[in-house]
Write a protein that binds this ligand. Structure first.
Ligand code: NAD
Ligand code: DAU
Length: 343
């Protein structure tokens, strides 16, 4: 299967930009239109070396704007929409949840409407958070009930259900991937691994929520990209596929890997007030994706270490971010939490 013209929404964000880079390197026949609102997390410089390439173009727009999405699809003769565009940070969804419903639910709905009208395939990027927190030693399979517990997760679950409803009602050719916690290049430093890495490099405190024994499957973004590719090329229309390593670690183990990789002291770690409604454990079974011939390149330890190294080697990418608007968010999220925790 080949795709001529892809509309990659959210292509200036962390996973979207890694996907664009991966797809252009492995599918030279395709043209890609990045459709992005350029929120704080959407950064044109993530693809700085590729904008000169005639196979890539940028449309700055909002996925909730139906006319603009339709126009972009028609003008560029799009045959596949890959939807990465979203508000993505759980802590931001606790501070200000409404934009999560606007973008993640209504925005996805708009894309489905345009896909229906123009007869396009749509691939939707979802998350393991839609399964809620996973008890005992269960691993989520794609048919498990959705049980989201944060405003972010709830908005993503609603989007999944709209995508599945369009497949059933209108026979729209859709697929969904549900990704684990991604780490790697160009991840905005609000997320734990880049936040902890950059704080460690700067010699600042590392704010671990609660006891730090929450479990996550830290998967390298490269493996997410190859997983999406496998589903686009060989996945069954109408189906959902989990994408992760299938192995989780505690946040304290993740912190140890970051500190060891960067040769920094454990004295930086501070246990701070927990995230409201913090999901204790995510864990997914990825056999369905493996059956398509996919396997991850990185185990979770290598993924975290490789990500930490990237932040050490790419200060020019994150230093301007951390000294800008990010500071205001950081103060709001951490000032009170960190006050009085000095060792
Ligand atoms: P990100 O926050 O780094 O980037 C999101 C991108 O979407 C940005 O470029 C932003 O400008 C764009 N965007 C936001 N609102 C928009 C709107 N209304 N219209 C157009 N563009 C808009 O996100 P990410 O971490 O790369 O996540 C990408 C997708 O993968 C999301 O759907 C997320 O839910 C999902 N996901 C993320 C992870 C993870 O660990 N980061 C894991 C599983 C799934
Ligand atoms: O699981 C997939 C999800 O992974 C994606 O759908 C989300 O878009 C992405 O943000 C991520 O969600 P998490 O909430 O799991 O990731 P985050 O990096 O925010 O946090 C990872 C873990 O670290 C989590 O247990 C919370 C904890 N944490 C996070 C921050 C920011 C801390 O202990 N301290 C922190 O300061």
């Amino acid at each position: 299967m080949t795709f001529n013209n892809l509309l990659v929404t959210g292509g200036c964000g962390f996973i979207g930009s890694n996907f664009v880079r991966y797809w252009m390197a492995h599918h030279p026949e395709s043209h890609i239109v990045v459709y992005d609102k350029l929120t704080y997390a959407g950064r044109q410089e993530n693809l700085a070396d590729l904008w000169e390439d005639s196979r890539l173009s940028l449309v700055v727009g909002d996925i909730t704007d139906l006319d603009a999405v339709r126009r972009a699809c028609q003008e560029h003769q799009i045959d596949l929409i890959v939807n990465f565009a979203a508000e993505t940070h759980v802590d931001q969804s606790i501070l200000g949840p409404l934009v999560f419903t606007d973008t993640n639910v209504r925005g996805t709905h708009v894309l489905l409407e345009v896909a229906r009208e123009l007869g396009l395939r749509l691939h939707h990027i979802s998350t393991d958070e839609v399964y809620g927190h996973i008890r005992d030693d269960h691993q989520s399979v794609e048919t498990d009930e959705l049980a989201p517990r944060s405003p972010y997760a709830a908005s993503k679950a609603a989007a999944d259900q709209l995508v599945q409803a369009y497949a059933i009602t209108y026979d729209l050719p859709v697929t969904i991937t549900r990704g684990a916690n991604n780490v790697g290049p160009y991840q905005y430093p609000e997320k734990a691994v880049p936040l902890f890495s950059t704080n460690a490099i700067l010699g600042e405190a590392i704010p671990v929520y609660g006891d730090g024994l929450q479990m996550r499957d830290y998967a390298h973004v490269y493996d997410h990209c190859t997983g999406i590719e496998a589903v686009l090329l060989r996945g069954e229309i109408g189906e959902v596929y989990n994408v992760g390593t299938g192995r989780e670690m505690t946040n304290l183990e993740m912190v140890d890997i970051v500190l060891e990789t960067l040769s920094k002291s454990h004295d930086l770690v501070r246990h701070v007030t927990d995230r409201a409604g913090h999901d204790r454990r995510y864990s997914m079974n990825v056999d369905k994706l493996r059956a398509l011939g996919w396997q991850p390149r990185y185990d979770p330890k290598e993924a975290v270490a490789e990500a930490a190294r990237w932040y050490a080697d790419n200060r020019s990418w994150w230093e301007p971010i951390r000294s800008g608007e990010f500071r205001e968010y950081y103060e709001r999220q951490y000032a009170e939490r960190l006050a009085g925790t000095a060792q």
